[in-house]
Design a protein. Structure first.
Length: 60
């Protein structure tokens, strides 16, 4: 014989599972550690510094 379940509880459980799956996807897509963010900022600063070093002066 089948188990009797509450439809509202089943609906809420499914909503929680869907929400958790979305959260996992977002953590993979957008999540970066502090070290990764710091490294990216340092690399960008280095590129900007090199680019600015090759610019011509305004008086030329």
């Amino acid at each position: 014989m089948a188990e009797i379940i509450s439809l509202s509880k089943a609906r809420k459980a499914k909503a929680r599972a869907d929400k958790e799956a979305l959260a996992v996807e977002n953590r993979v897509k957008f999540g970066r550690t502090k070290a990764e963010k710091t490294l990216a900022e340092a690399e960008k600063a280095l590129v900007d510094k090199r680019t600015n070093a090759h610019k011509r002066g305004e008086d030329e």
